[in-house]
Design a protein around this ligand. Sequence first.
Ligand code: TLP
Length: 343
Amino acid sequence: MLRIDLRSDTVTQPTPEMREAMARARVGDDVFGEDPTVNELEALAASMLGKEAGLLVTSGTQGNLVSLMAHCNRGDEVIMGHDSHTYNYEQLGAAVLGGIGPRVVPNQPDGTMRLADIEAAIMPDNVHFGISRVVSLENTHNRCGGAYLTPEYTDAVADLAHAHGLKLHIDGARIFNAAVAQGVDVKALTRGADSVTFCLSKGLSAPVGSVVVGSASFIKRARRVRKVLGGGMRQAGVIAAAGIVALTQMVDRLAEDHAHARRLAQGLAALPGIEPEPVHTNIVYFRVRHPFYTAQTLQEALQKQGVGVLALGADRIRAVTHYGITAADIEDTLAILQGLLCK
Ligand code: TLP
């Protein structure tokens, strides 16, 4: 049993307010467009992100896939970072199911792709090449240490994409973390995007679901794609009700998770054989350079003491703070690590 689960913010449990709202939710058949709670969540999400319409989907993976398939035809290409979630952790679903090719550009350590690299990846109009259709950004950037993209950078990518007739999609699984960390309205991070996916079930603590937002015509296409992927749900208002609580009650408190992440990294820096990477939001990566531990064996030793982290690679560990983690949990984790590493 994990007492302190830092493996991911996906492990968050619904709040008592969510349970209550789920029990009381008015529901209908959402494939007929008749679930009032789903409709309310979709409208709320669209208005918070400054878009015309929203679509509840089952997961972040489905949101990215639905978005790319709604933007593209078979044979089209999406420009994405080599460290992006879409490229690494979604089984290349857009290629497998949509006939859409990934055109990969290096991510910089701050989660950006250089504008010049993006521009060079846009294919000229030539019978030999695929058709470049979308640029996909990730904010915050999971594998790049939870780094956030700024409004200025996002606008610059949007301008570049649009100047070449491409669309901009944002995998904003943790876009509210990006907004809170920078003290900006989330709309500043989405205003240039043609589609955004964000997750209700990560730091915002809802049990299930993500939302895709964009123009009304884009969401109409996305709704068709969701159906063919088997994502048309029926009385989904019980899920949407928790999502509404997530959006109205759980955004501002993300600052607490960021403070806990900073404290964790500060404590880690003082431990022998541990080198934390810079922390930006709620994700902490650290290198294990200890005579007795690899990332894997340290993960196992922590697990025996009830602390969950994820070893990613031979010497890199990820710890993610969230609603289920208190300041005392961070101090306990550091004390347990101290005991293991200083033996
Ligand atoms: N990320 C999960 C794992 O898949 C790695 C995690 O624990 O961080 N975009 C980004 C940036 C994500 O981090 C994730 C989930 C997704 C998309 C996919 O979301 P889900 O898990 O809802 O399909």
